[in-house]
Design a protein around this ligand. Structure first.
Ligand SMILES: *Cc1c(COP(=O)(O)O)cnc(C)c1O
Length: 221
């Protein structure tokens, strides 16, 4: 439930000696039935995360018309051929993970005179199947993005499943720190409190707010 999660975030901020409201909750609404999303909007929440460009396109223009100003974050892998649609739709992209995407986003930013806020995804677990730049390549990639005038706000990671997330959060925080980046997008339903303890500024929580995702019902089986 939204209220429970907001309370737990407030507690975790306090426990970590951090200012109230210093952590932004991104309610991850991918694959959720519309009525659950609307309920969270009606409860007053305005920041959401999505993983698929097409799904987000089918949902958020209408909800924006109905609920007013919202902040919609792209947290899933972004194909270069969907970058144009993505910059038209999202307020932030958390999955900048390769030079070809940086090039494309820089070109689009020039055309539009604006860019979503960007987070560089780091593959802290160095998992071959997972997106993100390797930790050893992060400093260089961040510098490249900055040289293109891209608005890099921070870093993002998804720790390996079944491992303690804390060392991954600490590693991401260290990379952000040495690059002078303030944003840390880390922590999901199972580990957002640990992420807040490690300095998260954005936690991405889905199932703990909306309930389990049913990929079959969403037609993605
Ligand atoms: C789906 C997803 C989340 C939310 O996961 P929950 O475990 O449901 O909280 C967070 N981050 C990313 C990148 C995701 O794909």
């Amino acid at each position: 439930m939204l209220e429970t999660i907001l309370n737990r975030i407030a507690e975790a901020e306090k426990a970590a000696g951090r200012a109230p409201g210093s952590v932004e909750l991104i309610a991850v609404s991918k694959v959720q039935p519309l009525d659950r999303v609307v309920a969270v909007l009606e409860a007053g929440h305005r920041i959401f995360g999505e993983n698929y460009v097409q799904e987000a396109q089918g949902k958020w223009p209408e909800l924006r018309a109905r609920f007013g100003r919202l902040s919609i974050h792209m947290i899933g892998p972004l194909q270069t051929n969907k970058a144009k649609a993505a910059v038209g739709l999202f307020d932030a992209i958390h999955t900048l993970d390769r030079p070809s995407l940086a090039d494309k986003l820089a070109r689009l930013a020039q055309e539009r005179g604006a860019s979503p806020e960007l987070f560089v995804q780091v593959n802290t677990g160095e998992e071959p199947q997972k997106a993100g730049v390797l930790p050893a390549d992060a400093d260089g990639f961040i510098a490249t993005c900055r040289s293109m005038d891209l608005p890099v706000r921070g870093l993002m990671c998804i720790p390996p499943e079944g491992e303690d997330s804390a060392p991954h959060f600490a590693q991401l925080a260290a990379i952000a720190d040495r690059n002078g980046l303030g944003g840390l997008s880390m922590g999901m339903s199972g580990d957002f409190e640990a992420a807040i303890a490690a300095g998260a500024t954005h936690v991405r929580v889905g199932s703990a707010i909306f309930g389990a995702r049913d990929y079959t019902a969403a037609g993605r089986a």
